[in-house]
Design a protein around this ligand. Structure first.
Ligand code: NDP
Length: 351
Protein backbone atom coordinates (compact mmCIF):
# COMPACT_ATOMS: atom_id res chain seq x y z
CA UNK A 1 0.00 0.00 0.00
CA UNK A 2 1.23 3.50 -0.73
CA UNK A 3 2.13 5.80 2.17
CA UNK A 4 -0.46 8.45 2.90
CA UNK A 5 0.06 12.16 3.39
CA UNK A 6 -0.21 13.09 7.09
CA UNK A 7 -3.88 12.77 7.98
CA UNK A 8 -3.83 15.64 10.44
CA UNK A 9 -2.05 18.97 11.00
CA UNK A 10 -2.89 18.80 14.71
CA UNK A 11 -0.45 17.01 17.03
CA UNK A 12 -0.98 13.26 17.38
CA UNK A 13 -1.35 12.37 21.05
CA UNK A 14 0.70 9.37 22.22
CA UNK A 15 0.14 8.38 25.85
CA UNK A 16 3.02 6.75 27.74
CA UNK A 17 5.45 8.41 25.30
CA UNK A 18 8.66 7.14 26.86
CA UNK A 19 7.65 3.47 26.63
CA UNK A 20 9.38 0.86 24.47
CA UNK A 21 6.58 0.70 21.87
CA UNK A 22 5.53 4.36 22.11
CA UNK A 23 9.07 5.60 21.44
CA UNK A 24 9.06 3.77 18.10
CA UNK A 25 5.56 5.02 17.27
CA UNK A 26 6.75 8.58 17.90
CA UNK A 27 9.89 8.13 15.78
CA UNK A 28 7.74 6.83 12.90
CA UNK A 29 5.27 9.69 13.28
CA UNK A 30 8.13 12.18 12.99
CA UNK A 31 9.43 10.37 9.91
CA UNK A 32 5.98 10.77 8.32
CA UNK A 33 5.86 14.48 9.09
CA UNK A 34 3.52 14.55 12.09
CA UNK A 35 3.68 16.72 15.17
CA UNK A 36 3.48 14.70 18.40
CA UNK A 37 2.21 15.43 21.86
CA UNK A 38 3.37 12.78 24.28
CA UNK A 39 2.17 12.19 27.83
CA UNK A 40 4.64 11.18 30.52
CA UNK A 41 4.44 11.10 34.26
CA UNK A 42 7.45 13.34 34.80
CA UNK A 43 8.46 15.55 31.83
CA UNK A 44 11.65 16.69 33.59
CA UNK A 45 13.01 13.13 33.85
CA UNK A 46 16.14 12.25 31.85
CA UNK A 47 14.33 9.02 30.87
CA UNK A 48 12.70 10.91 28.00
CA UNK A 49 15.90 12.30 26.44
CA UNK A 50 15.82 9.69 23.65
CA UNK A 51 12.47 11.00 22.42
CA UNK A 52 14.19 14.17 21.26
CA UNK A 53 16.83 12.28 19.23
CA UNK A 54 14.94 11.54 15.96
CA UNK A 55 15.07 14.09 13.16
CA UNK A 56 12.09 16.43 13.51
CA UNK A 57 11.73 15.95 17.25
CA UNK A 58 13.35 19.24 18.24
CA UNK A 59 10.44 21.39 17.02
CA UNK A 60 7.64 18.81 16.64
CA UNK A 61 7.55 17.15 20.07
CA UNK A 62 5.66 18.45 23.06
CA UNK A 63 5.64 16.52 26.35
CA UNK A 64 2.83 16.99 28.85
CA UNK A 65 2.21 15.45 32.24
CA UNK A 66 -0.59 12.92 32.71
CA UNK A 67 -1.04 10.02 35.11
CA UNK A 68 -3.51 7.24 34.38
CA UNK A 69 -4.65 7.31 38.01
CA UNK A 70 -5.58 11.01 38.15
CA UNK A 71 -9.10 12.10 37.24
CA UNK A 72 -9.37 14.31 34.12
CA UNK A 73 -5.58 14.09 33.69
CA UNK A 74 -5.77 13.87 29.88
CA UNK A 75 -8.10 16.84 29.23
CA UNK A 76 -5.23 19.19 28.46
CA UNK A 77 -3.31 16.52 26.52
CA UNK A 78 -6.12 15.76 24.03
CA UNK A 79 -6.99 19.41 23.41
CA UNK A 80 -7.31 19.98 19.63
CA UNK A 81 -5.97 16.49 18.79
CA UNK A 82 -7.77 14.46 16.13
CA UNK A 83 -5.86 11.21 16.67
CA UNK A 84 -4.94 9.59 19.98
CA UNK A 85 -2.69 6.54 20.35
CA UNK A 86 -3.20 5.20 23.86
CA UNK A 87 -0.26 2.96 24.76
CA UNK A 88 0.23 3.80 28.46
CA UNK A 89 -0.48 0.90 30.80
CA UNK A 90 1.62 -0.85 33.43
CA UNK A 91 3.48 -3.73 31.81
CA UNK A 92 4.71 -5.83 34.72
CA UNK A 93 4.16 -9.49 35.45
CA UNK A 94 5.03 -9.60 39.17
CA UNK A 95 3.37 -6.93 41.31
CA UNK A 96 2.58 -6.59 45.00
CA UNK A 97 -1.10 -5.73 44.59
CA UNK A 98 -2.66 -6.66 41.21
CA UNK A 99 -5.76 -4.52 41.71
CA UNK A 100 -3.83 -1.38 42.68
CA UNK A 101 -0.78 -1.88 40.45
CA UNK A 102 -2.36 -3.31 37.28
CA UNK A 103 -6.15 -3.27 37.06
CA UNK A 104 -6.76 0.27 38.37
CA UNK A 105 -4.28 2.08 36.10
CA UNK A 106 -5.11 -0.06 33.04
CA UNK A 107 -8.90 0.19 33.32
CA UNK A 108 -9.42 3.58 34.98
CA UNK A 109 -6.62 5.06 32.85
CA UNK A 110 -8.24 3.86 29.62
CA UNK A 111 -11.57 5.24 30.79
CA UNK A 112 -9.93 8.53 31.72
CA UNK A 113 -8.29 8.90 28.27
CA UNK A 114 -11.58 8.06 26.49
CA UNK A 115 -13.58 10.48 28.63
CA UNK A 116 -11.11 13.26 27.80
CA UNK A 117 -11.43 12.36 24.10
CA UNK A 118 -15.21 12.56 24.37
CA UNK A 119 -15.08 15.97 26.05
CA UNK A 120 -12.56 17.31 23.53
CA UNK A 121 -14.99 17.15 20.58
CA UNK A 122 -11.89 17.22 18.33
CA UNK A 123 -10.84 13.54 18.52
CA UNK A 124 -11.81 11.42 15.48
CA UNK A 125 -10.01 8.15 16.18
CA UNK A 126 -8.39 6.41 19.14
CA UNK A 127 -5.92 3.58 18.56
CA UNK A 128 -5.61 1.52 21.74
CA UNK A 129 -2.60 -0.69 22.47
CA UNK A 130 -4.17 -3.84 23.81
CA UNK A 131 -2.33 -7.16 23.81
CA UNK A 132 -2.27 -10.87 23.16
CA UNK A 133 -3.23 -10.83 26.83
CA UNK A 134 -6.77 -9.80 25.86
CA UNK A 135 -6.94 -12.69 23.37
CA UNK A 136 -5.57 -15.59 25.39
CA UNK A 137 -3.50 -16.25 28.51
CA UNK A 138 -2.28 -19.70 27.60
CA UNK A 139 -0.40 -21.58 24.91
CA UNK A 140 -2.79 -24.38 23.99
CA UNK A 141 -2.31 -24.90 20.25
CA UNK A 142 -5.50 -23.01 19.41
CA UNK A 143 -5.11 -20.77 16.32
CA UNK A 144 -5.84 -17.36 17.85
CA UNK A 145 -7.64 -14.70 15.83
CA UNK A 146 -9.25 -11.32 16.49
CA UNK A 147 -12.44 -13.19 17.41
CA UNK A 148 -10.84 -14.70 20.52
CA UNK A 149 -11.13 -13.21 23.98
CA UNK A 150 -9.23 -14.17 27.09
CA UNK A 151 -11.91 -15.52 29.44
CA UNK A 152 -9.62 -17.28 31.92
CA UNK A 153 -7.53 -14.60 33.59
CA UNK A 154 -8.55 -13.08 36.91
CA UNK A 155 -7.02 -11.22 39.84
CA UNK A 156 -5.59 -14.53 40.96
CA UNK A 157 -4.53 -15.94 37.57
CA UNK A 158 -2.29 -13.94 35.21
CA UNK A 159 -3.44 -10.54 36.56
CA UNK A 160 -1.48 -8.55 33.94
CA UNK A 161 -3.49 -10.43 31.30
CA UNK A 162 -6.66 -9.66 33.24
CA UNK A 163 -5.80 -5.94 33.31
CA UNK A 164 -5.35 -5.81 29.52
CA UNK A 165 -8.57 -7.77 28.90
CA UNK A 166 -10.63 -5.54 31.18
CA UNK A 167 -9.07 -2.37 29.72
CA UNK A 168 -9.89 -3.38 26.14
CA UNK A 169 -13.41 -4.48 27.07
CA UNK A 170 -13.93 -1.17 28.86
CA UNK A 171 -12.85 0.69 25.72
CA UNK A 172 -15.23 -1.22 23.44
CA UNK A 173 -18.13 -0.70 25.86
CA UNK A 174 -17.32 3.01 26.08
CA UNK A 175 -17.48 3.66 22.33
CA UNK A 176 -20.79 1.81 22.04
CA UNK A 177 -22.40 4.49 24.20
CA UNK A 178 -24.68 6.97 22.51
CA UNK A 179 -23.06 10.22 21.47
CA UNK A 180 -19.50 8.96 21.07
CA UNK A 181 -18.22 10.55 17.89
CA UNK A 182 -14.79 8.98 17.60
CA UNK A 183 -13.77 5.57 16.27
CA UNK A 184 -11.82 2.96 18.24
CA UNK A 185 -9.25 0.68 16.62
CA UNK A 186 -7.31 -1.81 18.74
CA UNK A 187 -3.84 -3.31 18.23
CA UNK A 188 -3.19 -6.67 19.92
CA UNK A 189 0.56 -7.34 19.78
CA UNK A 190 1.95 -10.68 20.90
CA UNK A 191 5.49 -10.89 22.34
CA UNK A 192 7.19 -7.63 21.32
CA UNK A 193 10.97 -7.60 20.95
CA UNK A 194 13.50 -5.64 18.93
CA UNK A 195 15.82 -2.68 19.41
CA UNK A 196 14.98 -0.12 22.04
CA UNK A 197 15.27 3.63 21.47
CA UNK A 198 15.77 4.26 25.19
CA UNK A 199 18.16 2.88 27.79
CA UNK A 200 15.63 0.84 29.79
CA UNK A 201 15.06 -2.90 29.63
CA UNK A 202 11.48 -3.71 28.68
CA UNK A 203 9.64 -6.50 30.52
CA UNK A 204 9.55 -8.52 27.29
CA UNK A 205 13.37 -8.48 27.13
CA UNK A 206 13.55 -10.31 30.46
CA UNK A 207 14.06 -13.74 28.90
CA UNK A 208 16.78 -12.41 26.60
CA UNK A 209 18.80 -10.78 29.37
CA UNK A 210 18.06 -13.87 31.46
CA UNK A 211 19.74 -16.11 28.88
CA UNK A 212 23.05 -14.34 29.58
CA UNK A 213 22.93 -13.71 33.32
CA UNK A 214 21.86 -17.07 34.75
CA UNK A 215 18.31 -16.08 35.68
CA UNK A 216 16.98 -18.41 32.93
CA UNK A 217 19.12 -21.42 33.87
CA UNK A 218 17.54 -24.07 31.64
CA UNK A 219 15.88 -24.59 28.26
CA UNK A 220 12.16 -24.56 28.99
CA UNK A 221 9.27 -25.92 26.92
CA UNK A 222 7.97 -22.50 25.94
CA UNK A 223 6.92 -21.29 22.52
CA UNK A 224 6.57 -17.58 21.84
CA UNK A 225 4.80 -15.66 19.06
CA UNK A 226 7.19 -12.78 18.43
CA UNK A 227 6.76 -9.47 16.68
CA UNK A 228 9.26 -6.68 16.05
CA UNK A 229 8.58 -3.45 17.95
CA UNK A 230 9.02 -1.47 14.71
CA UNK A 231 6.24 -3.50 13.08
CA UNK A 232 4.01 -2.94 16.11
CA UNK A 233 4.65 0.80 15.79
CA UNK A 234 3.84 0.69 12.06
CA UNK A 235 0.60 -1.15 12.81
CA UNK A 236 -0.44 1.73 15.12
CA UNK A 237 0.38 4.37 12.51
CA UNK A 238 -1.45 2.46 9.75
CA UNK A 239 -4.46 1.92 12.00
CA UNK A 240 -4.51 5.66 12.60
CA UNK A 241 -4.08 6.65 8.95
CA UNK A 242 -6.14 4.09 7.03
CA UNK A 243 -9.78 5.17 6.82
CA UNK A 244 -10.89 1.52 6.50
CA UNK A 245 -9.11 0.32 9.65
CA UNK A 246 -11.61 -1.16 12.07
CA UNK A 247 -11.91 -3.53 15.00
CA UNK A 248 -8.97 -5.42 16.45
CA UNK A 249 -5.67 -6.29 14.77
CA UNK A 250 -3.70 -9.29 15.99
CA UNK A 251 -0.02 -8.42 15.46
CA UNK A 252 2.41 -11.36 15.55
CA UNK A 253 5.02 -12.40 13.02
CA UNK A 254 6.15 -15.93 13.82
CA UNK A 255 6.67 -18.51 16.55
CA UNK A 256 9.91 -19.82 18.01
CA UNK A 257 10.48 -22.20 20.91
CA UNK A 258 13.07 -21.31 23.54
CA UNK A 259 15.25 -24.09 22.12
CA UNK A 260 15.01 -22.57 18.61
CA UNK A 261 15.94 -19.13 19.97
CA UNK A 262 18.95 -20.53 21.81
CA UNK A 263 20.07 -22.58 18.78
CA UNK A 264 19.89 -19.41 16.69
CA UNK A 265 21.95 -17.49 19.25
CA UNK A 266 24.55 -20.27 19.46
CA UNK A 267 24.89 -20.49 15.69
CA UNK A 268 25.51 -16.74 15.61
CA UNK A 269 28.31 -16.81 18.18
CA UNK A 270 26.42 -15.69 21.30
CA UNK A 271 27.35 -18.91 23.08
CA UNK A 272 31.03 -17.97 22.81
CA UNK A 273 30.48 -14.67 24.62
CA UNK A 274 27.91 -15.71 27.25
CA UNK A 275 27.07 -18.89 29.13
CA UNK A 276 23.67 -19.61 27.55
CA UNK A 277 21.23 -22.09 29.15
CA UNK A 278 22.08 -25.67 28.20
CA UNK A 279 20.17 -27.92 30.65
CA UNK A 280 17.22 -29.40 28.74
CA UNK A 281 13.90 -29.17 30.57
CA UNK A 282 11.80 -28.96 27.43
CA UNK A 283 11.20 -32.68 26.96
CA UNK A 284 9.92 -35.72 28.89
CA UNK A 285 10.35 -35.46 32.65
CA UNK A 286 11.82 -31.95 32.16
CA UNK A 287 8.35 -30.46 31.67
CA UNK A 288 6.77 -31.63 34.98
CA UNK A 289 10.09 -30.80 36.67
CA UNK A 290 10.04 -27.21 35.38
CA UNK A 291 6.38 -26.91 36.42
CA UNK A 292 7.37 -27.92 39.95
CA UNK A 293 10.02 -25.18 39.99
CA UNK A 294 7.52 -22.70 38.45
CA UNK A 295 5.09 -23.37 41.30
CA UNK A 296 7.40 -21.65 43.81
CA UNK A 297 8.15 -18.53 41.72
CA UNK A 298 6.61 -15.09 42.33
CA UNK A 299 2.89 -15.15 41.57
CA UNK A 300 2.91 -13.52 38.11
CA UNK A 301 5.88 -15.53 36.86
CA UNK A 302 4.36 -18.72 38.28
CA UNK A 303 1.05 -18.12 36.47
CA UNK A 304 2.79 -17.29 33.21
CA UNK A 305 4.92 -20.42 33.32
CA UNK A 306 2.08 -22.71 34.41
CA UNK A 307 -0.13 -21.53 31.52
CA UNK A 308 2.62 -21.66 28.88
CA UNK A 309 5.02 -24.51 29.73
CA UNK A 310 4.63 -27.43 27.35
CA UNK A 311 2.14 -25.63 25.11
CA UNK A 312 2.26 -24.23 21.62
CA UNK A 313 1.26 -20.73 20.53
CA UNK A 314 -0.63 -20.37 17.24
CA UNK A 315 -2.21 -17.38 15.51
CA UNK A 316 -3.65 -16.09 12.25
CA UNK A 317 -2.23 -12.65 11.35
CA UNK A 318 -3.95 -12.31 7.96
CA UNK A 319 -6.23 -9.39 8.95
CA UNK A 320 -3.45 -6.90 9.64
CA UNK A 321 -1.61 -7.96 6.48
CA UNK A 322 -4.58 -7.70 4.14
CA UNK A 323 -6.41 -4.71 5.65
CA UNK A 324 -3.50 -2.54 6.76
CA UNK A 325 -0.82 -3.87 4.39
CA UNK A 326 1.60 -4.60 7.25
CA UNK A 327 4.70 -6.50 6.14
CA UNK A 328 6.42 -8.27 9.06
CA UNK A 329 10.15 -8.34 9.59
CA UNK A 330 11.93 -11.71 9.74
CA UNK A 331 11.70 -13.12 13.28
CA UNK A 332 15.25 -14.52 13.42
CA UNK A 333 16.64 -11.18 12.30
CA UNK A 334 14.61 -9.44 15.00
CA UNK A 335 15.90 -11.86 17.67
CA UNK A 336 19.51 -11.19 16.65
CA UNK A 337 18.95 -7.42 16.54
CA UNK A 338 17.38 -7.61 19.99
CA UNK A 339 20.52 -9.22 21.38
CA UNK A 340 22.81 -6.73 19.59
CA UNK A 341 20.78 -3.88 21.02
CA UNK A 342 20.70 -5.25 24.58
CA UNK A 343 24.47 -5.64 24.41
CA UNK A 344 24.88 -2.10 23.05
CA UNK A 345 22.97 -0.72 26.05
CA UNK A 346 25.03 -2.85 28.44
CA UNK A 347 22.12 -5.06 29.57
CA UNK A 348 23.59 -8.50 28.93
CA UNK A 349 25.50 -10.66 31.38
CA UNK A 350 24.40 -8.85 34.53
CA UNK A 351 21.42 -9.44 36.83
P1 NDP B 1 6.71 0.12 28.74
O1 NDP B 1 6.79 -0.33 30.15
O2 NDP B 1 7.97 0.46 28.04
O3 NDP B 1 5.72 1.31 28.59
C1 NDP B 1 4.59 1.45 29.40
C2 NDP B 1 4.22 2.91 29.45
O4 NDP B 1 3.06 3.06 30.27
C3 NDP B 1 5.32 3.77 30.06
O5 NDP B 1 5.51 4.90 29.25
C4 NDP B 1 4.74 4.18 31.41
O6 NDP B 1 5.08 5.50 31.80
C5 NDP B 1 3.26 4.15 31.12
N1 NDP B 1 2.52 4.04 32.38
C6 NDP B 1 2.49 2.99 33.23
N2 NDP B 1 1.73 3.30 34.30
C7 NDP B 1 1.32 4.58 34.13
C8 NDP B 1 0.52 5.49 34.89
N3 NDP B 1 -0.01 5.15 36.07
N4 NDP B 1 0.28 6.73 34.39
C9 NDP B 1 0.81 7.09 33.19
N5 NDP B 1 1.57 6.30 32.43
C10 NDP B 1 1.82 5.05 32.90
O7 NDP B 1 5.97 -1.06 27.97
P2 NDP B 1 5.64 -1.31 26.43
O8 NDP B 1 6.07 -0.21 25.59
O9 NDP B 1 6.08 -2.68 26.13
O10 NDP B 1 4.06 -1.34 26.54
C11 NDP B 1 3.24 -0.39 25.94
C12 NDP B 1 1.87 -0.99 25.81
O11 NDP B 1 1.97 -2.16 25.00
C13 NDP B 1 1.24 -1.43 27.13
O12 NDP B 1 -0.12 -1.11 27.05
C14 NDP B 1 1.46 -2.95 27.13
O13 NDP B 1 0.47 -3.59 27.87
C15 NDP B 1 1.32 -3.24 25.65
N6 NDP B 1 1.91 -4.49 25.18
C16 NDP B 1 3.27 -4.73 25.30
C17 NDP B 1 3.81 -5.91 24.83
C18 NDP B 1 5.27 -6.22 24.93
O14 NDP B 1 5.67 -7.37 24.69
N7 NDP B 1 6.14 -5.25 25.24
C19 NDP B 1 2.95 -6.96 24.22
C20 NDP B 1 1.57 -6.56 24.08
C21 NDP B 1 1.09 -5.39 24.56
P3 NDP B 1 6.40 5.88 32.62
O15 NDP B 1 7.45 6.06 31.57
O16 NDP B 1 6.04 7.12 33.33
O17 NDP B 1 6.67 4.72 33.54
Amino acid sequence: MTPLEPVTDAPVLVTGASGFIASHIIAQLFASGYRVRGTVRDPSSARHAHLRAPVGAEDRLELVTADLLEANAFDRAVKECEYVLHTASPYQIDVADPQRDLIDPAVNGTLSVLESCMRSRSVRKVVLTSSVAAITDRADGHVNTEADWNTRSSLSRNPYYFSKTLAEQTAWSFVEKEGIEFQLVVINPFYVIGPSLGPEVNTSHGFFTGFTNGSVPAILAIEWAFVDVRDVATAHVLAMERPGAEGRYLVAAGTRTMRQVLDLLRSNGWGDRYKLPSISLDRGIGIPLSKAVAAVQARGTRDYLMTHLGGSMRFDNSKVKTELGLVFRDVDQTILETMDDLERWGHLGKK
